[in-house]
Ligand binder design. Structure first.
Ligand SMILES: Nc1ncnc2c1ncn2[C@@H]1O[C@H](COP(=O)(O)OP(=O)(O)O)[C@@H](O)[C@H]1O
Ligand SMILES: [Mg+2]
Length: 422
């Protein structure tokens, strides 16, 4: 036996993992049986795909639902399966979060590349669009635009909704996936809004039982037998639904971190104590990272809410967006950013809501009135720290101790003042 093989075996024997890949963020199902509790949603997508292939009926599907509940996973799974079934089907996938810069030219170029062509430079966006269209004239083709709400929230002035409308006019089959419930309504584009009403597929959050079944599949594939007992898994499922905003990705992270805690102690099974320890670690890291993915305006909008909640007079009052806006203006001034009015500020709340950091009371289904805002799971302090770590100061320079640093303080100074060494 080679020296390497010997250690490889030791590694394997000691690890509690069977397959770590399933814990990755971009994990895709190998086939449809790897998707749990989403039969209806799978069927909706399958049905439209069959219509497209057999009858050439154009597909247009608006999928929405909060973060980490299987939207991307289901659509990827169905399309991959469909391509195995129907060899002529083609598809392309644009994730707006990963597309930089977010311009029509980039957009069409990326699709063009995914269709197996090499990128052509020196063309206009419109020329690129024509090139792309010429490739899909004769074949059934679906374009998935994932995290599509970013198209409109990042770049509202360029009216990227126009890009979507062009795709519709060009008869391209579309699956649009969004974390925001009503992002089209937010853009004020009525042409899109009316289409979205009739072709939407809303993913509901998982119940505790469903979460158990989903996570049970994850550990069955990812861990060796018996590492997590049913009791512990039930606890993790409960936590994921009630405290981690029903985000399967967070549930998977928690499992992964819990197993690592167990391995640190050479334990063969995960205990509640391992899980609690893991939970503390997972929470702190993810929040700072999540905020890092937001635009400055989105962070400032959140800081407006944090400031409001930090204020002693306001702490117990309902947080309305108009009060929030006052603090938002202060924060913009402090950060030398040109402020926007309350309506526009509300647009920046959409993505925070999609990430389940905040939620608002739903006054009516149609308008989704954002009158009262609440935190989902995080407390003021955690959010304030995460904002400060991202360089955003919420509220004035007056610290909790009543000390003022003269307006020259940095986020780091404030972090130290408010919370000591971090
Ligand atoms: N129904 C499910 N069955 C199995 N795994 C799931 C299911 N739903 C979510 N997951 C897991 O959670 C991860 C996150 O889901 P994803 O589809 O990326 O969320 P989003 O809704 O934000 O697009 C997936 O990579 C997958 O591992
Ligand atoms: Mg997704």
């Amino acid at each position: 036996m080679s020296r390497f093989k010997k250690f490889e075996e030791v590694e394997e024997k000691e690890s509690l993992f069977r397959d770590e890949n399933i814990f990755g963020v971009d994990h895709v199902p190998a086939n449809l049986s790897e998707i749990k509790c989403r039969d209806q949603e799978i069927d909706s997508v399958v049905k439209q795909t069959v219509k497209l292939i057999k009858k050439r009926v154009r597909m247009e599907l608006y999928i929405s639902g909060t973060t980490g509940i299987g939207k991307t996973y289901v659509v990827k799974g169905v399309l991959e399966e469909a391509k195995r079934e129907y060899k002529n089907l083609k598809s392309a996938w644009v994730n707006c979060k990963k597309l930089y810069p977010l311009t029509p030219y980039q957009f069409y170029s990326q699709i063009y590349e995914q269709l197996g062509r090499t990128r052509i430079s020196g063309l206009s966006a419109n020329e690129m669009r024509k090139k792309f269209l010429s490739l899909i004239e004769e074949v059934p083709f679906v374009l998935v635009i994932d995290e599509v709400d970013i198209l409109t929230s990042e770049n509202p002035r360029e009216n990227q909704a126009g890009l979507l409308y062009d795709l519709i006019q060009d008869q391209v089959s579309l699956i649009l996936i969004s974390n925001v419930f009503d992002w089209v309504g937010d853009t004020g584009d009525m042409r899109l809004a009316s289409r979205m009403k009739s072709n939407r597929l809303d993913f509901e959050d998982y119940s505790r039982d469903e979460m158990f079944r989903v996570l049970n599949f994850v550990i069955g594939k990812g861990l060796k037998n018996g590492v997590i007992t049913n009791d512990i898994l039930r606890e993790i499922s409960y936590l994921t639904v009630e405290r981690l905003m029903c985000d399967v990705r967070k549930g998977k992270n928690l499992i992964y971190a819990s197993v690592q805690e167990a391995m640190k102690e050479d334990a063969k099974t995960v205990t509640s104590a391992h899980m609690e320890k893991a939970r503390e670690n997972v929470r702190g890291i993810t929040l700072t990272q999540i905020l890092g993915n937001f635009t400055e305006m989105e962070r400032l909008a959140l800081a407006g809410y944090v400031s409001l909640r930090r204020s002693p007079h306001e702490r117990e009052q309902p947080a309305t967006t108009s009060k929030m806006h006052k603090f938002f203006l202060q924060n913009c001034r402090r950060h030398n950013v040109k402020p926007v009015d309350e309506t526009q500020m509300k647009n920046y709340l959409s993505r925070l809501e999609g990430s389940k950091i905040i939620y608002h009371e739903v006054k009516s289904y149609e308008t989704r009135g954002r009158t009262n805002v609440h935190f989902s799971d995080y407390n003021v302090k955690d959010l304030d720290i995460a904002l400060l770590k991202n360089g955003v100061i919420s509220g004035s320079g007056v610290t909790d101790l009543g000390v003022k640093l003269g307006g020259k303080e940095t986020a780091e100074d404030i972090l130290k003042m408010r919370y000591g060494e971090q």
